[in-house]
Design a protein around this ligand. Structure first.
Ligand code: SF4
Ligand code: FE
Length: 483
């Protein structure tokens, strides 16, 4: 099969029989649900752009497994150019959607599982790598969107998986059969699960010998028996039910997360990538997190480009674009945003081959990248709100704007400079509101903090990778210290 068009992707999602719950009700048709549809459109953009000749080199790649042309989201990175192109592709999609386009988690899981399974097989003689390669070919062949499921609910954070009072707080194997395993547990805040055809599950932390049942990685279709998804609420999400394009801010695109429950789900042997080899759980987590921390140096930068553009437009419409402090704030926002991009590109350019042959980012630089992402988008959002003015949170609704009695007052009193309609001024303010405080704030703000691991997780990696002994040696040499 060839790469799918955006429309073919949408149709293929209609064929999945997902068990989805939202606002206390089962959603029979997630594809057309007004709250969910914008998030599907974001994933659809990853298909549409891959069909566009001008983006071919970024959006597509040649499969190292089959030699066929595939969507880059399903690619096993072959060199540092692939790693750099990945980040550029993510910036492009962030610019086009101003939202989380969700498909990266599968790409990052692909590359982490590819190299880790190779090393497990090297030690144990297992066949996980072969399992994964066959699975990857299957996904490439069908041009699937694959969810990467890592984060367990974790219960008492002070206790190891096997010590939890409720054994299901980390996903685990509850039964082993001749033909496969049965798993139970949940994965929290799963980006794009509802818009994916497949799902790769991985452990969420390093594990010890007693956590054997929890050290498990595998793939399942998202509509496998026993899986159900409970959609997370987003700030201002019900505005999407009001049929007001204006009030939503970004009516076309969005992101989505879900709590995904695994109620005794069967996984056949050929779809298992880790099962009890506890010492490899940490490697898988570290690599997936590393790739996803690189990803944020692309996607958040693209969304940041839209926010900076919106702030600059708001300044134009307010008539204050020439004020020196406004110019300086836009410079500061650009500086912060491009610093994140530098980190994304740097950790990619400094990548290296793993034992399996695929390329991995420089882990120290990827963690520095994500650590900056936990801070800079907040400052960029603060500056955008500063430039926009309080009207971004006090402007009346579209219904008032269109009302024959009060509409003319809104039109008259919310006007900025002459030559720009009041409606356009409100449009850009609503976009800023959406990115800083509305549905897109999930992806641009809080996900910048907690997605791909909370700030402390990066600091642990920075401590581990920072190589202080080597730095001490450098200082001793310069200071002529001999001990
Ligand atoms: Fe991709 Fe960014 Fe969304 Fe992660 S947060 S899935 S990297 S767009
Ligand atoms: Fe994320």
């Amino acid at each position: 099969m060839r790469m799918m068009t955006g429309e073919q992707y949408v149709e293929s999602m209609r064929e999945r029989k997902l068990q989805v719950y939202l606002f206390g009700e089962k959603v029979d048709n997630p594809v057309d649900h007004p709250v969910l549809r914008p998030s599907l459109n974001s994933v659809k953009a990853t298909y549409d752009l891959a069909q566009d000749p001008q983006y071919e080199s970024l959006m597509t790649a040649t499969s190292s497994l089959t030699g066929k042309k595939i969507n880059r989201f399903l690619h096993i990175h072959q060199n540092t150019t692939d790693l750099i192109n990945k980040v550029k592709m993510q910036r492009l999609l962030g610019q086009q959607t101003a939202a989380c386009f969700q498909r990266c988690v599968g790409m990052d899981a692909f590359n982490a599982v590819f190299s880790t399974t190779y090393e497990i097989d090297g030690k144990y003689g297992t066949s996980y790598h072969k399992n994964f390669v066959e699975y990857a070919k299957y996904c490439q062949e069908h041009d699937f969107t694959v969810d990467g499921a890592m984060t367990d609910p974790k219960g008492d954070r002070g206790l190891a998986p096997h010590d939890q009072e409720d054994p299901d707080m980390y996903l685990h194997v509850v039964e082993t059969r001749p033909d496969g395993i049965v798993v139970r547990g949940a994965k929290a805040h799963q980006t794009g699960a509802v818009n994916s055809q497949e799902m790769i599950v991985m452990p969420t932390i390093s594990m010890g010998p007693e956590d054997k049942a929890y050290a498990v990685s595998f793939a399942v279709p998202t509509d496998a028996e026993g899986i159900l998804m409970i959609i997370g609420r987003q700030s201002c999400d019900t505005r999407k039910l009001e049929e007001s394009e204006l009030d939503v801010g970004n009516s076309e695109y969005g992101g989505v997360e879900a709590l995904v429950v695994f109620n005794d789900v069967f996984v056949p042997n050929e779809r298992i990538f880790l099962n009890g080899e506890v010492e490899f759980a940490g490697m898988l987590v570290e690599r997936f997190a590393g790739y996803h921390r690189q990803s944020y140096g692309g996607c958040k930068v693209g969304v940041g480009d839209v926010l900076i553009g919106a702030a600059a437009l708001a300044a134009d419409y307010n008539g204050c674009a020439k004020a020196s402090h406004i110019k300086d704030k836009l410079i500061e926002m650009t500086h912060l945003n491009e610093t994140l991009y530098c980190c994304g590109i740097a950790c990619s350019a400094e990548g290296s081959p793993t034992a399996s042959g695929n390329y991995i980012i420089d882990l120290l630089l990827a963690n520095v990248c994500k650590q900056n992402v936990t801070r800079f988008p907040y400052e960029i959002a603060r500056l955008a709100e500063d430039i926009a003015g309080g009207i971004m949170v006090t402007a009346p609704s579209e219904a008032d704007f269109r009302d024959p009695v009060v509409g003319p007052y809104v039109e008259k009193y919310l006007r900025g400079v002459q030559g720009v309609s009041t409606e356009n001024r409100i449009r850009v303010l609503r976009l800023i509101e959406n990115l800083c405080l509305g549905t897109a704030a999930v992806g641009y703000r809080t996900e910048s903090l907690h997605g791909a691991g909370s700030p402390q997780a990066q600091r642990i990696m920075i401590a581990r990778q920072g190589n202080l002994p080597r730095k001490k040696e450098l200082a001793k040499k310069i200071a002529k210290i001999s001990e």
